[in-house]
Design a protein around this ligand. Structure first.
Ligand SMILES: [Zn+2]
Length: 336
């Protein structure tokens, strides 16, 4: 009898362990990685951006070996600071180059994450003519195909959807791109990072997510530092959206510190992302032009936060846990 109950207990224990859901993954240019292994993360940076426009850009515009030579010291610098994951936010037709990121990942050991999607700000300058004519569903089909079959035959998969909107209210092209992101999220679980800025278009996008039955948890409000009314940021955070203050420079330290403490005071630190939006090798400029390093957050922001009482576990929350939750791949659907 005792032996039988032992047996039942062991079976129960084993089934409990095996039922426990695995933590979700992110998708790096080298395949999936557990969010538990992401480590310190920079959620919005760039290696290369090519502003020449969708109809002229292409891989012929830069030499990968030259880009690697230029960028490598900046990456080694952050690797030595303990950063292990880097979201590369350059969209297709603006210089996205998954193969380049794979080379950089192999040479540094840093996880790079690339994206699918389209950048519809600047009146569609960064969207090829033939794609502008497509419906939201047709665009989503292209992005879903990249998520399921890899980007351009490289065997490299996107880890998030990068879109952009502009203006205080969404025009037809912006709206179509947001809808395409929603269709793609419903199919793939890739989070939606949207270059947005002020609150009005942010809430318009959250409305569209709602129309598609998607939770605000799938939405990263990029360049939220462009909105002056922090109560609006708080409102979106309370709905579950991630609020990205992602254009850090050392002369903005106090603003970032104040914002982070504001969110913490209201219990919303878990929704905050910080990054530099730095880098930017510029094809066409001698030696890629002026390159901006990715070190300011570690060098200035974290010490400034700590000087005002930010604890080690808060730093862990900000640089490790929050990006993990934001970029984990799973479908964030509202209950029907
Ligand atoms: Zn950016």
């Amino acid at each position: 009898m005792i032996r039988a109950s032992y047996y039942i207990l062991i079976v129960l224990f084993i089934s409990l362990i095996s039922c426990r859901p695995e933590p979700p993954d992110i998708m790096t240019v080298k395949g999936t990685e557990s969010i538990k292994k992401m480590g310190k993360t920079l959620p919005h940076e760039h290696i290369l951006v090519d502003f020449i426009g969708a109809d002229s850009t292409g891989y012929h515009r830069w030499n990968r070996a030259e880009v690697v030579k230029k960028v490598l010291p900046y990456l080694i610098e952050i690797r030595d600071m303990g950063f292990h994951t880097f979201m590369e936010c350059t969209p297709a037709y603006l210089g996205r180059d998954p193969e380049l990121l794979k080379i950089l990942s192999d040479s540094t050991g840093i996880n790079f994450v690339t994206n699918t999607g389209l950048y519809s700000a600047y009146d569609g300058k960064f969207i090829p003519k033939e794609l502008k004519q497509k419906t939201a569903k047709e665009l989503a089909d292209i992005w879903i195909d990249e998520a399921q079959n890899g980007i351009e035959g490289t065997g490299i998969y996107p880890g998030f959807i990068k879109i952009s909107v502009e203006g205080s209210s969404l025009n037809a092209l912006n709206r179509k791109v947001v809808e395409a992101a929603c269709i793609t999220h419903r199919e793939t679980g890739l989070p939606i990072m949207s270059h947005t800025g002020p609150a009005e278009p942010a809430f318009e996008q959250l409305e569209i997510l709602k129309e598609y039955g998607i939770s605000p948890k799938a939405f990263i409000w990029t360049h939220a530092n462009g909105e002056k009314d922090w109560n609006k940021l708080l409102l979106a955070a309370r709905q579950g959206a991630f609020i990205a203050f992602d254009q850090y420079t050392s002369n903005e330290t106090q603003k970032f510190v104040d914002f982070i403490f504001f969110m913490k005071k209201h219990g919303q630190l878990p929704q905050v992302l910080v990054s530099h939006d730095a880098g930017w090798y510029s094809p066409g400029e001698p030696d890629g032009g002026k390159f901006i390093s990715y070190t300011g957050i570690q060098d200035y922001l974290i010490p400034a936060l700590e000087a005002e009482g930010f604890a080690q576990f808060d730093v862990h929350q900000l640089l490790i846990r929050n990006p993990g939750r934001a970029f984990a791949i799973y479908k964030r659907l509202e209950k029907e």
